[in-house]
Design a binder for this molecule. Structure first.
Ligand SMILES: *Cc1c(COP(=O)(O)O)cnc(C)c1O
Length: 344
């Protein structure tokens, strides 16, 4: 039998395990638009409780949870403050303009992370007819473009202090928040203290086929439920999908440490290769690196392809590897061999 393909393009390529599929098959379900699906409710409550927030809303994607949150926190003529490579700005099809009629103030960050001073400087002065109204700060943790970088709790607390003092809401794009929690040892409940809303992806490192949850206060989630409906995101017997999320919260969080170890191992091998110009610091499960100018990214990806390895190009000369629960120790060994073979 040929070796299995090693797919490092994204942590979204995972397939549900037999045990997860079994949990999905056995899930009690109802019509979730009537709020009668017990499994969806159990997932929403469990996720909210973990982060010290009151309520949750199960949605088809992280794009939807982010965009619903932004719409709920803003109105037309608002401005959203975020880092210049933020997913909510760069990779959600311009949804902030489309759904919310809001503008965006972009901050150049350090590997995707912004500081309290930068946020404060980006807030528009009040009472000037020329300006939009700053009313939301969006942080991303871990940062995707930043190569899986994590915020410290001190920085988050300082940004939250600015937001509170200047009366801005705080939203967390926590697509990979569990990676950040596992890597830093931070407490999930602390996030509920600093953020008004949190979006968590279940379909990335946690390995479910579909779904994200949006967390916040009861009143906030009530408002978001209507926005989800107008976006066409009201699902019926969604408990089948939510069951995968419940299973993942229980079984697939602690093991993210394996993905982080695998990413560090790949990062270390890349550092030693003459064709690699730079590897961003590896903090979680993303490895972003830059090829030397004389190496064509297409040839590099082709070489990996011949070894049964898939990866993504991530900007000029940049490549991204993502480790996840369908990549095991033996596969990491194979990738390392392929990387070394290219140097020879
Ligand atoms: C993947 C991702 C999302 C949401 O993506 P969906 O594919 O819509 O679920 C949001 N933010 C970040 C940082 C992401 O990496």
């Amino acid at each position: 039998m040929p070796d299995p393909i090693i797919d490092l393009r994204s942590d979204t390529v995972t397939r549900p395990s037999a045990a997860m599929l079994d949990a999905m098959l056995r899930a009690p379900v109802g019509d979730d638009v009537y709020e009668e699906d017990p499994t969806v409710r159990a997932l929403e409550d469990a996720a909210a409780a973990r982060f010290g927030l009151e309520a949750g809303l199960f949605c088809p994607s992280g794009t939807m949870t982010n965009q619903i949150a932004i719409k709920a926190h803003t109105e037309p003529l608002s401005e959203v403050i975020c880092e210049q490579t933020a997913h909510v700005y760069l990779w959600e099809v311009g949804g902030i303009a489309f759904h919310s009629g809001a503008s965006v103030a972009l901050i150049p960050g350090d590997r995707g992370r912004v500081t309290a001073a930068q946020v404060e400087a980006a807030i528009r002065p009040d009472d000037n007819v020329h300006y939009p109204t700053s009313n939301l700060v969006c942080l991303e943790n871990t940062s995707n473009r930043g190569g899986g970088s994590c915020y410290s709790m001190e920085t988050i607390a300082a940004i939250a202090e600015v937001a509170r003092r200047r009366k801005l809401a705080m939203h967390l794009d926590g697509a990979r928040i569990f990676n950040a929690l596992v890597a830093t040892g931070q407490r999930a409940e602390d996030y509920g203290q600093y953020f008004d809303s949190i979006s968590v992806c279940l379909s990335k490192g946690l390995g479910t086929p579909v779904g994200s949850v949006l967390l916040g206060s009861k009143a906030f989630v009530h408002k978001c439920r209507r926005i989800r409906k107008v976006m066409g995101g009201g699902m019926r017997q969604a408990g089948i999908l939510a069951a995968a999320g419940l299973y993942a919260l229980e079984h697939n969080v602690d093991r993210l440490a394996d993905d982080h170890r695998h990413a560090r191992e790949l990062g270390a091998t890349l550092q030693e290769q003459s064709y690699v110009a730079e590897v961003l610091p590896v903090e979680t499960n993303l490895v972003i690196f830059r090829l030397r100018d004389e190496v064509k990214p297409e040839s590099f990806l082709n070489h990996l392809g011949q070894h049964g390895i898939r990866a993504s190009s991530f900007g000029p000369q940049m490549i991204r590897f993502v480790t996840h629960l369908d990549v095991d120790d033996a596969m990491i060994g194979r990738v390392q061999q392929a990387l070394v073979a290219l140097s020879a």
